[in-house]
Design a protein around this ligand. Structure first.
Ligand code: SF4
Length: 280
C-alpha cells in the first residue's frame, strides 16, 4: 500500500518530520486526533490574549488590559474540546489561568506593545514552491521604525538549547521565505519571543538563509514522498516522546501502527460516503 502524501508543509510539520518521521505520519497523513494537553491549551490562551491585545489602539495595550484579554480568551474557550477535554476542576482551571497570566506578564518584559505597529495578526500565508504547498501562520507581522517588515512568533515553552535553536531558526527562515514570495520583500528581522524565560531570539534573514531553507524544504519533501511510497516512517525515540500523544500507535511503546491505518481508512470511507450523499 502507498500512503497518501500530506497536502502541505508547514514549519511545525518540517520539524515534526525531522524529530520523528513516525509522529509526522500519525499527525500529517493519518490525521490521528491528539489528546488535549495543558501546555498546548496554555499556549492557545496566551496567543489568543495577545491577538486580542493587538487589535486595540496602541495606548490601550497595557498589562491590566492584557489580563482582561486573557479572561475573555478563557471564556471563549470554555466549551471547546481543547479546554473542556482537559477535564480540569475549579482549582485546575484557576492554576491554568494563573500560569497563562504569568506568561503574559513576562511578555511585557520583552517589549513594549504600545510601540508596535502590527499590519497582520495570526496571518495565514500560503505559497507553492516546486510543486509543494507551503503554509504558515504568522503570529504577528509588523513594520519597524524604518518601515521594514518584522515577523514575530510567540513561544510559550522554554527557550531551546543550542542544537534546537538552529532548528527553531529554520522555522523562522520558513516564515521569511513566505513573506518574501508573497510581499516581494524579505523581512528585516524575524523574532521568536520565548515568554517563559523570557528571552527573544532574533535572526536577520539573508540570501544564504533563504537558499538554505529552500534546499531543506526540497530535501524534506523528497524524503516524505519516498517514505509514503515505501510506507516507511520510522520511530525516533527521544525525550520528545514524553509529550507525544501517539504512544498507543507507536511500536517503540508497544503500540500498533495498524490502528492508525484502520483510523485513516475509516475516515476516508466516511468522507467518501458523505460526498456521495451530498451529490445524490
Ligand atoms: S512516541 Fe516517540 S518514537 Fe513514538 S511516534 Fe511519538 S515521538 Fe515518535
Amino acid at each position: 500500500m502507498v500512503l497518501p502524501l500530506p497536502t502541505s508543509l508547514s514549519p511545525s510539520k518540517v520539524s515534526s518530520f525531522t524529530d520523528c518521521a513516525l509522529a509526522f505520519r500519525f499527525s500529517a497523513i493519518d490525521h490521528l486526533p491528539e489528546p488535549p494537553s495543558v501546555a498546548a491549551t496554555r499556549g492557545t490562551l496566551v496567543h489568543a490574549a495577545l491577538e486580542r491585545l493587538f487589535t486595540l489602539e496602541p495606548a490601550e495595550r497595557t498589562k491590566p488590559v492584557a489580563a482582561r484579554c486573557l479572561t475573555e480568551a478563557f471564556e471563549e474557550l470554555e466549551d471547546h474540546p481543547e479546554l473542556a477535554g482537559l477535564e480540569l476542576d475549579e482549582d485546575g482551571l484557576a492554576t491554568l489561568h494563573a500560569e497563562a497570566e504569568v506568561l503574559l506578564e513576562k511578555y511585557f518584559r520583552l517589549e513594549d506593545p504600545t510601540r508596535i505597529t502590527p499590519i497582520g495578526i495570526e496571518l495565514k500565508l500560503e505559497i507553492e514552491l516546486a510543486g509543494v504547498k507551503l503554509r504558515g501562520i504568522i503570529d504577528r507581522l509588523e513594520l519597524d521604525e524604518d518601515g521594514e517588515l518584522v515577523v514575530t512568533d510567540y513561544k510559550t515553552g522554554r527557550a531551546p538549547g543550542e542544537r534546537q535553536e538552529q532548528q527553531r531558526l529554520a522555522g523562522v527562515a520558513f516564515y521569511s521565505l513566505l513573506c518574501e514570495r508573497l510581499f516581494g520583500r524579505r523581512p528585516a528581522r524575524v523574532q521568536l519571543l520565548y515568554l517563559a524565560d523570557p528571552v527573544a531570539i532574533i535572526s536577520t534573514p539573508t540570501d544564504r538563509s533563504t537558499r538554505g531553507v529552500e534546499r531543506k524544504l526540497a530535501a524534506v519533501w523528497t524524503a516524505v514522498e519516498r517514505a509514503c511510497e515505501r510506507e516507511d516512517f520510522r520511530p525516533n525515540p527521544s525525550r520528545l516522546c514524553d509529550w507525544c500523544g501517539f504512544k498507543a500507535y507507536c511500536p517503540s511503546f508497544g503500540g500498533a501502527v495498524s490502528l492508525a491505518d484502520a483510523y485513516r481508512e475509516e475516515q476516508s470511507r466516511e468522507r467518501r460516503s458523505s460526498e456521495l450523499s451530498l451529490t445524490a
